[in-house]
Design a binder for this molecule. Structure first.
Ligand code: BES
Ligand code: ZN
Length: 602
């Protein structure tokens, strides 16, 4: 009896301990000790594909801590100093998701911690891209910062940073910080650049890119970085940047990050965009030639408030970052391009949301996530983004835009540079916006803690999407010929709606339609992606279809496109072929994309 109790006790203590770690996806205890500033010194070695660096932390004691624990993954620690004295360290645990705990003894007086280390091929944030000239970029969100900088890798710890980065003299380094606008003159083989991020940021916003990069200003505080091949095209595509910032500011208050630049990455970038402060990272697949995909930039810009000012406390609260950002993104789009456009975007978001809900376990369709023991990446789907959006839209429609905007502006101002969690947000919402009647009508708790979409969701109707749907019905009934589809006059959103809902009865019909409208020749990668999916679904194994597919899989590394294509191939019985593609191209994908695709065969 006693023995059982003893083991039960030990087991309970162990579970509590582990639970605390996975809940926050970090081994660290920032409530005891943390830091307020990071000084990072790094040498970027393209030959060895290795970063050799020193991270110095200015410590902040909250209680009498006898050690500090940092998160690390795929790093080799070379030396640790506390206040200049070499100190032994320990690396504990080896979790496939969380990585390891780096434990360093210190005392209540310790001021400065210095960790010398280097990255390895297991440093999953990094992608070293081959090319005429090499390129390196990082992707830290959600928990990959620890694979290139040892840190307390959770959103609740904010710090300012400065950096000194040494690179080959012909390449330009950029960070989520104040950035250089051109190469330094150098007679040496390498150059060293200095960076400063004066505002406190969480670790997931640490970012670095190094490449053959040029800068073009669009306004004094906004501009574009890209390779010389893309810089002109990119600057034209993003020429509305300053207007977007102005629109955002007039909605929810001043832009707080000095500069808003966009870096166009190589096509291997695994996401559409990443809101790194002062330097949004973006996929080149948004360069459609007609500005039709710039809502992605509005989205990343919106994160300068929702996410970068008011930050989700844990990844379970991810919808506070993304749902608010989609809402804000569509408001910016409405301000610049009108309600017709923003409402089409909303309608397509809702279409995606229902597809996602059909695929997910009901428990994963709640806004507040339970990611304990799972990769926070699992939460990156339409629930956080579009169910989150829909809740906010429903509240806006109920209380009126004027009141809702006043509430949001205050929310971003009062909680700037802080973390927010779901429970506190609900409290604030009820205290500051919803009277008892409206609170009852909205039923926030059902939206947040229950699966699926509540019945009171505001009915989003885009007239132009409705018109497309009518044509889809006619076409599916064979009552409409190819020349009656106004393809060329349609916006991207209308084309996308048609393509994702039309049903071709035969391969011949699919080919005739494509020959008529030249869809597979489009420069718009969203449309091309939808076309390829359709062609796989139609079992189109023509030379043309094969060529388009192979070219796309080998060139684009954006997970949102690549993962569904592999999935579809497997689903349509072309698993071996898909495996061959993956074997051929896995070296060019970022770990985030590679891992998702590889999991299809697990
Ligand atoms: N912050 C996200 C990207 C992200 C989320 C990376 C979670 C890693 C983990 C970014 O703001 C984003 O949402 N990007 C979207 C584009 C957007 C228009 C929906 C993307 O990359 O598809
Ligand atoms: Zn986002």
């Amino acid at each position: 009896m006693k023995i059982i109790n003893f083991f039960t006790l030990i087991f309970t203590v162990m579970c509590l301990h582990v639970d605390a770690q996975v809940n926050r996806h970090s081994y660290s205890s920032p409530d005891k000790i943390s830091y307020r500033h990071l000084s990072w010194k790094a040498n970027i070695d393209f030959e060895r594909r290795e970063i050799r660096a020193q991270a110095s932390f200015h410590l902040l004691h909250h209680s009498a801590a006898e050690e500090i624990v940092l998160d690390v993954k795929g790093l080799v620690i070379d030396q640790v100093n506390v206040d200049g004295v070499s100190t032994p360290w320990q690396v504990e645990h080896q979790d496939p998701i969380l990585g390891s705990a780096l434990r360093i003894p210190l005392n209540a007086q310790s001021k400065e911690l210095k960790v010398a280390y280097h990255t390895t091929s297991e440093s999953d944030a990094l992608l070293w891209v081959e090319g005429d000239l090499p390129f390196l970029f990082t992707q830290s969100q959600a928990i990959l910062a620890r694979t290139w900088i040892p840190c307390q890798d959770l959103p609740a710890v904010r710090f300012t940073y400065d950096a000194e980065v040494t690179v080959p003299a012909h390449l330009l380094p950029l960070m989520s910080a104040r950035n250089p606008k051109q190469l330094k003159e150098s007679r040496e083989a390498t150059s060293t650049y200095h960076f400063e991020q004066p505002k406190p940021i969480p670790s997931y916003l640490m970012a670095l890119a190094v490449g053959n990069i040029e800068y073009r200003a669009i306004s004094p505080r906004a501009g574009v970085y890209a390779t010389p091949q893309l810089i002109t095209e990119a600057t034209e595509e993003l020429s509305d940047l300053e207007k977007m910032i102005a629109a955002a500011e007039s909605l929810y208050g001043p832009y707080q990050w000095e500069q808003f630049d966009v870096l166009i990455l190589p096509p291997a970038f695994p996401f559409g965009g990443m809101e790194n402060p002062m330097l949004t990272f973006a996929t080149p697949t948004i360069l459609a030639g007609d500005k039709s995909l710039v809502s992605l930039i509005a989205h990343e810009l919106a994160h300068s408030w929702s996410g970068n000012l008011v930050t989700n406390e844990t990844w379970n609260d991810f919808w506070l970052n993304e749902g608010f950002t989609v809402y804000f993104e569509l408001r910016i789009m409405e301000a610049l391009y009108g309600k017709e456009v923003s409402e089409m975007l909303a309608a397509l978001n809702i279409q995606d949301l229902y597809h996602t809900i059909a695929e997910l376990h009901p428990n994963d369709t709640r806004l507040k996530l339970e990611l304990d023991g799972r990769d926070p990446d699992d939460g990156m789907n339409d629930i956080a983004y579009n169910k989150g959006y829909w809740l906010l839209r429903t509240i806006e429609e109920r209380v009126g835009r004027v009141k809702f905007d006043r509430f949001l502006k205050k929310y971003f101002t009062e909680h700037a540079f802080q973390v927010m969690n779901t429970e506190r947000f609900i409290e604030i919402l009820h205290r500051e916006l919803l009277d008892p009647g409206n609170a009852k009508y909205i039923g926030v708790n059902q939206w947040v803690y229950q699966p699926n979409i509540p019945d009171n969701a505001y009915p989003i109707v885009s007239q132009r999407i409705v018109e497309v749907d009518k044509l889809v019905v006619l076409y599916n009934n064979d009552s409409l010929s190819n020349n009656q589809i106004p393809w060329k006059n349609w916006t991207y959103q209308e084309q996308y709606r048609f393509l994702t809902n039309v049903k071709f009865h035969s391969l011949d019909q699919f080919h005739a339609w494509d020959a008529f409208h030249h869809v597979s020749k489009t420069k718009n990668k969203e449309i091309l992606f939808a076309w390829i999916l359709k062609s796989i679904e139609m079992n189109d194994q023509s030379q043309h279809a094969q060529d388009v597919l192979t070219q796309f899989l080998g060139e684009v590394g954006r997970r949102k496109f690549i993962a569904p294509l592999y999935k579809k191939l497997v689903h349509e019985g072309r698993s071996d072929e898909a495996k061959n593609y993956l074997e051929r191209y896995k070296g060019v994908y970022h770990s985030v994309t590679r891992q998702t695709v590889m999991d299809f065969w697990k």
